[in-house]
Ligand binder design. Sequence first.
Ligand SMILES: Cc1cc2nc3c(=O)[nH]c(=O)nc-3n(C[C@H](O)[C@H](O)[C@H](O)COP(=O)(O)OP(=O)(O)OC[C@H]3O[C@@H](n4cnc5c(N)ncnc54)[C@H](O)[C@@H]3O)c2cc1C
Length: 383
Amino acid sequence: MSSYDVIVVGAGSVGVPIALALGEKGLKILVVDKNPSPGQGENKHGIGGIRATHSDSAKIITGLRSLEIFSTWEERFGDDIEWVKGGYTFPAYRAADEQLLKGMLPTQKKYGLNIDFVGPGEMQVIVPGINPEGLIGGTFSPDDGSASPLLAISAFYRRAVELGVEFRFKEEIRGLLVGNGNIQGVAAESGRYWAPVVVDAAGPYSKDLCRTVDVDMPVVPESHEAGITEPVQQFFTSMVVDMRPIPGSKNYYFYQNRHGQVIFCLTPEPPLRGTDKRETSVFLPQISTRMVTLMPRLRNLRVRRVWRGLYPMSPDGSPLVGWNREIQGLVHATGMCGQGFMLGPGLGEVIARMITHETNEEDKIILEALSPYRVFGAEEVLK
Ligand SMILES: Cc1cc2nc3c(=O)[nH]c(=O)nc-3n(C[C@H](O)[C@H](O)[C@H](O)COP(=O)(O)OP(=O)(O)OC[C@H]3O[C@@H](n4cnc5c(N)ncnc54)[C@H](O)[C@@H]3O)c2cc1C
């Protein structure tokens, strides 16, 4: 069967931008996905938050590049991906959170992030109706924002097709093909496809994919639920992240989209490992209580629907990106945790340059920090 310069397994948040960036370099690319169209894995479960507000240099640099791609997409290519520059807000009600947020500012500013710690008065202007009781202030990064994951990935996909990238849907990859320590291609249901470079962008299923060649990728799927309300008149634009853990959940986050709907998501504690995507009766009472306490005016909103998807979790909350050291030509682009949509476009370009041996100094910082072979230490603070 056909041979390619690069095969990407997974047409998701990361696989499509990688293919797009490689397509821009004129390479012959094949993307294979078991689903019927792009973004039908976890991409479509994301709520669309896009930020460069991270705690470490690699994700800040990547996030800034992603923001540039999302925010200029419509003017460059004409597709409306529902980009909104609403900013990200991390309110602080505890001295420990104030310290944590302020402690990250020097690193964030060093890499060019537009962010500041604002007092309680300004916080109440940015998030009208936020509970003022005990509010110390918080960070606001006005250049962060949101977009529709399905509109964005469809736009990236169409552009990749224009550049000659080939996509095969409804094709499950049964295994990677290796000979003499080199990747040779992939075994799909319908036959074999050949390439000297294969990218593992299989998200929550990376472990299964890599197991076929005895590579143990530490990616574990975790279930997360989200929901969306009916549309109402616009009354806030920023993504609000409440970092305070309470029994049953860690943080939760929400924003009002361009249609006036409030979209929300919560991090359960303890984590719900596995691939169960059935909605629960626990989530809505859990998150609505928290949201209404933080912002009482949300109490009259009616929820339209909830859904549940998977975070492809790495051991420390940061992606796993780089060449495999045992199998030449195998690239890992996985473990995106809760940030694959926002990191995808930036990482796509870095990975394309890695494959064509054109990395720059910033790429090296990113690839070193996200190496699958790093020593996994403490969890990334804003994961
Ligand atoms: C409720 C919720 C809210 C979220 N909110 C946000 C957010 O606001 N911002 C953000 O950045 N992220 C968010 N995320 C996280 C984001 O959705 C994921 O990090 C991201 O989609 C992962 O991208 P990926 O490309 O690794 O995986 P996916 O997008 O799932 O892509 C992997 C693809 O690989 C395919 N595949 C896997 N194995 C095979 C195989 N063997 N053969 C063929 N195809 C295969 C799958 O079908 C899939 O299409 C959220 C996630 C959830 C669940």
